[in-house]
Design a protein around this ligand. Structure first.
Ligand SMILES: Nc1nc2c(ncn2[C@@H]2O[C@H](COP(=O)(O)OP(=O)(O)OP(=O)(O)O)[C@@H](O)[C@H]2O)c(=O)[nH]1
Ligand SMILES: [Mg+2]
Length: 326
């Protein structure tokens, strides 16, 4: 028995074949099923369409499942750099990410609230820094993917807070990190061999719970011997402006601005490059062709005369405006 399909069906079938995504294909299959006249002659086709719909739905849900294509702990890098907020349970890591970025990670007064990382973008002047809220670094439980999450970050900010002694918290964190073969780049010398390390700073959060200024100052001094330290309160919002600057600072980046000859620089859109990047490397980063054809550059900055001609080895400085000549 012939199927006698209407012309409309073939139009949708064509769209189905050309569709570029699973969800699009699924939509057209469902449309085909709806358009198709239902009688004995179309039974086989109907069964075939239903089977394909079921298969596509299956694929869709399999992809969303944990541990498949995009594991829940993977945080795609965005912005000028990525800083992971790490530390013992309940010190206010999630509260700080919520206070400093557009993200809204869960916050609660019990430990081990955060199970999977959340990231948000922190605006600092004209740059965006990605902050990652991480599960706590505690003795009770550490996810197998936790070390990878930390290794993906460019820098770490260790969040400590009363009522526990911050120094004791610091030592506990160090020991747990060492078990994972990770270590903070501290003021006390280079890391041991075989350890992965990142530039780091310390945050003493919940300063509102330490009303005695002398006690607070003492903690700040002791902690500053280990790493640059920032005293803040996520709840009251104190110290957050300085913290923003410091979180950008530990990334070790300088901001430079490019201009075309005779045109003004765009100060809203800096290039962020690692300290000690040369002007020649910058040219190559902008475009490989620009790197290849580079002759010299003119720089307007703190360490040069206005519009000074520099050679390819010139190291870029914070705030430089660069005009590349080919
Ligand atoms: N007083 C005070 N409480 C704070 C401050 N920051 C966070 N808290 C509180 O501390 C508790 C824990 O905050 P979270 O942000 O969930 O802490 P966390 O470090 O992310 O906790 P885990 O995810 O369990 O590791 C919550 O009750 C917050 O409201 C602060 O600056 N001052
Ligand atoms: Mg948390």
């Amino acid at each position: 028995m012939p199927a006698n399909l209407p012309p409309q069906y073939f139009e949708v079938e064509k769209k189905y074949r050309e569709a570029r995504s699973t969800s699009e294909k699924l939509r057209y299959l469902e449309e085909m099923l709806a358009i198709m006249p239902k009688h004995k002659g179309t039974d086989k086709l109907k069964a075939d369409l239903r089977r394909r719909i079921a298969q596509l739905k299956d694929m869709g849900s399999a992809r969303k499942g944990p541990g498949r294509r995009t594991p829940a702990y993977l945080v795609e890098a965005e912005g000028a750099g990525q800083v992971a907020l790490i530390g013992p349970p309940n010190t206010g890591k999630s509260s700080l990410v919520a206070a400093l970025t557009n993200a809204a990670p869960p916050v609660a007064d019990y430990p081990y609230t955060t199970r999977i990382p959340t990231s948000g973008m922190m605006q600092f002047e004209n740059v965006q820094v990605q902050l990652v809220d991480t599960p706590p670094l505690g003795e009770d439980f550490i996810e197998p993917w936790y070390p990878d999450l930390l290794r993906r970050a460019d820098a770490w900010a260790v969040v400590l807070a009363p009522p526990e002694d911050p120094l004791a918290q610091w030592h506990a964190c160090n020991a747990l990190l060492a078990d994972l073969r990770l270590t903070l780049k501290s003021r006390r010398g280079p890391p041991a061999g075989g350890f992965d390390s990142r530039p780091a700073l310390l945050i003493l959060n919940k300063s509102d719970l330490l009303p005695d200024p002398e006690e607070l100052e003492l903690y700040r001094e002791i902690m500053a011997e280990l790493l640059p330290t920032h005293v803040v309160s996520a709840e009251e919002g104190s110290g957050l402006d300085e913290l923003r600057a410091a979180l950008f600072g530990i990334l070790g980046l300088v901001r430079v601005y490019t201009r075309a000859p005779g045109k003004a620089a765009n100060f809203q859109a800096p290039f962020t490059v690692p300290v000690r990047t040369t002007v020649f490397e910058l040219a190559g980063r902008i475009h490989h062709d620009l790197g290849r054809r580079f002759k010299f550059a003119r720089v307007w900055g703190q360490s040069t005369f206005q519009g000074q001609r520099v050679q390819r080895e010139y190291c870029l400085q914070e705030g430089d405006v660069v005009e590349i000549h080919v």
